[in-house]
Write a protein that binds this ligand. Structure first.
Ligand SMILES: [Zn+2]
Length: 287
């Protein structure tokens, strides 16, 4: 599932591909992704508009269009964008050619764009169709209720510390994945950051003091930047750039103990039982 780094990587791609471009034609028949608008209304409201700016908060993208509209995009569990038929001089037959081009497998929305007399096609692909595209003149509620974004806003240790204190009885891993605490942190980034910070994911949030919150903030920045750097390698990106996430049963590179897993809030969490400790307890967690 895309988390902050994957969505930021998508934002950077879409910024290069679409900023300043006019949306010439939109093709979608997917009523689920563009709800509550009907596909025909979604298309009619987008065609002819120009993409002015792209930003991101947590796992949401926001494309500002000329005039008042904004297009909010969430990649759901399996969404991504691809560029097809890029570049080339403007050709009045583009639309016809794009029509004839075979749609990509699981293609849901196709944007035909024109920028400085060059045309291109950007396609949204989403096998499981959990993604959303919401057209609105105002910022939508899911965007407004998100907490600070670790990249766009930075992580203020005092703010993080008090957000954890307000959720004192919850496991720190679950609190970190609460989008009101920090926007965009999911299972992968929380697992990696807690390993880096040496904190047992089952620790109650209320036991994380300011110093440990500082460790956690640094660890989150480390993990996000590491994943982003890997994604930036494009085709050469590592399928598995993670240290703890998905590595249960393998040795911890820091202490050699085997990673183990536990279920927290319905999600499988991998951690090192030796070097990820609970606050105020010895190594091994004291459980
Ligand atoms: Zn370890």
């Amino acid at each position: 599932m895309p988390e902050l780094p994957e969505v930021e990587h998508t934002r950077r791609n879409l910024d290069r591909w679409t900023r300043g471009a006019r949306i010439v034609r939109v093709v979608t028949t997917d009523a689920r992704i563009v709800r509550p608008l009907r596909p025909s209304a979604f298309v009619a409201r987008l065609e002819g508009r120009t993409v002015r700016a792209l930003d991101r908060r947590g796992k949401w993208l926001r494309l500002a269009l000329d005039g008042a509209g904004k297009l909010f995009i969430h990649l759901g569990m399996t969404g991504w964008f691809e560029r097809a038929g890029a570049g080339g001089p403007r050709n009045p037959l583009l639309s016809a050619r794009a029509d004839r081009a075979r749609p990509l497998r699981f293609e849901r929305v196709r944007f035909e764009l024109e920028r400085r007399a060059r045309s291109s096609v950007v396609v949204y692909v989403d096998p499981r169709r959990w993604g959303r595209m919401v057209l609105s003149d105002e910022d939508i509620a899911p965007w407004m209720t998100l907490g600070p974004d670790p990249l766009a806003d930075g992580i203020d240790v005092d703010v993080l510390s008090s957000a954890l204190a307000r959720r004192s009885r919850r496991a720190v891993k679950e609190a970190l994945m609460d989008q009101r605490v920090l926007a965009g942190i999911g299972n992968i980034q929380a697992t990696e950051a807690l390993w880096k910070a040496g904190i047992d994911p089952r620790s109650r949030s209320g036991t994380i003091d300011r110093a440990r919150a500082g460790d956690l903030a640094r660890a989150l920045r480390w993990s996000i930047r590491r994943t982003l750097a890997d994604l930036a390698k494009g085709d050469r990106a590592d399928d598995d750039p993670f240290i703890a996430y998905g590595h249960d049963g393998e040795p911890c590179p820091r202490c050699g103990a085997r990673f183990t897993k536990v279920e927290l809030g319905g999600r499988t969490t991998t951690f090192c039982p030796r070097c990820q400790t609970r606050a105020g307890m010895g190594p091994s967690g004291g459980a």
